[in-house]
Write a protein that binds this ligand. Structure first.
Ligand SMILES: Nc1ncnc2c1ncn2[C@@H]1O[C@H](COP(=O)(O)OP(=O)(O)O)[C@@H](O)[C@H]1O
Ligand SMILES: [Mg+2]
Length: 260
């Protein structure tokens, strides 16, 4: 991806499946390098679909979408996807799970080991490298899933409610860890969440979507300095933003009663 062009550029993008009414309409959104953009909105408004468009897993139906200056491509090597379910292979150790994408890409063994070591260290799982998924907590499994994505050295990281199934304290910890990793690796993130607090804590910008068809109704810049720490959550600026985005989200949910 070239450094000058936006990492992701939606211009009036629409998405429909078959003859059904459009799922997304009029999506215009531009992500610059190193931005962290959260997508929040009622369920069914098209957040996951929007990520799948970026990943080239599904084609746009109208408008223009460029990823790294090009049409999205499924085989893009500098993009990684993290899902809500950690999707680990139960018969492989943590290290093997982390290496699995690299094996698929036929990365040479020594390089694979180096990338896995780095990813293990980034998510603080080095001591659990020989454990199996059944021996891990939910939060640890998600850290393995994130490590697996990081071995791909992505320029663009797509995360679809990765912490949605975790308790609040684990989620807060993982939010802090994700930002610590971001201090050491430069990637651009699109992050889907239902948690306003999480969106504000992580993001440089929040896009609030409404449903039927999914469209962006508000873009809220988050002008809180990085690094963000647990103290950030106590600051009046953070709390004001959480209150503001919560109100915006509530008005969207009230005005879209048909959302699933
Ligand atoms: N492959 C598909 N075929 C048909 N409809 C789909 C498909 N994927 C998603 N949809 C529909 O698109 C809408 C948005 O779904 P989704 O992107 O999963 O929403 P969200 O992630 O915001 O909850 C839903 O109505 C869903 O049923
Ligand atoms: Mg979804």
């Amino acid at each position: 991806m070239s450094a000058s062009s936006p990492v992701v550029e939606f211009t009036d993008v629409a998405k429909r499946f078959g003859d059904a009414p459009p799922v997304l309409s009029g999506i215009t959104l531009c992500a610059q390098s190193n931005e962290f953009i959260s997508l929040i909105g009622p369920s069914g408004c098209g957040k996951s679909t929007l990520l799948r468009l970026i990943a080239g897993l599904s084609p746009v139906s109208g408008g223009k979408l460029l990823v790294g200056g090009r049409p999205p491509a499924q085989e893009a090597s500098d993009l990684a996807f993290v899902f809500q379910e950690p999707t680990l292979l139960p018969w492989l150790t943590v290290r093997r799970n982390i290496e699995v994408m690299l094996r698929l890409r036929h990365t040479p063994a020594d390089r694979r080991r180096a990338l896995a070591d780095e990813a293990l260290s980034l998510v603080r799982l080095t001591s659990l490298a020989t454990h199996y998924p059944r021996q891990l907590s939910g939060g640890q499994k998600m850290r393995v899933s994130i490590a697996r994505a990081l071995t791909l050295e992505p320029k663009l990281l797509l995360l679809d409610e990765p912490f949605g199934a975790l308790d609040e304290m684990t989620r807060d910890h993982l939010n802090e860890e994700l930002l610590a990793i971001r201090e050491r690796q430069r990637w651009t993130a699109f992050f889907v969440t239902h948690s306003v607090a999480e969106a504000v804590f992580l993001s440089t910008r929040i896009a609030v979507l409404a449903a039927n068809p999914g469209h962006i109704v508000h873009e809220v810049p988050v002008d809180l300095p990085y690094p963000r720490t647990p103290e950030t959550r106590l600051s009046p600026a953070y709390q004001t933003l959480v209150a503001k985005v919560s109100l915006l989200l509530r008005s969207v949910e009230v005005s879209t009663p048909h959302a699933a």
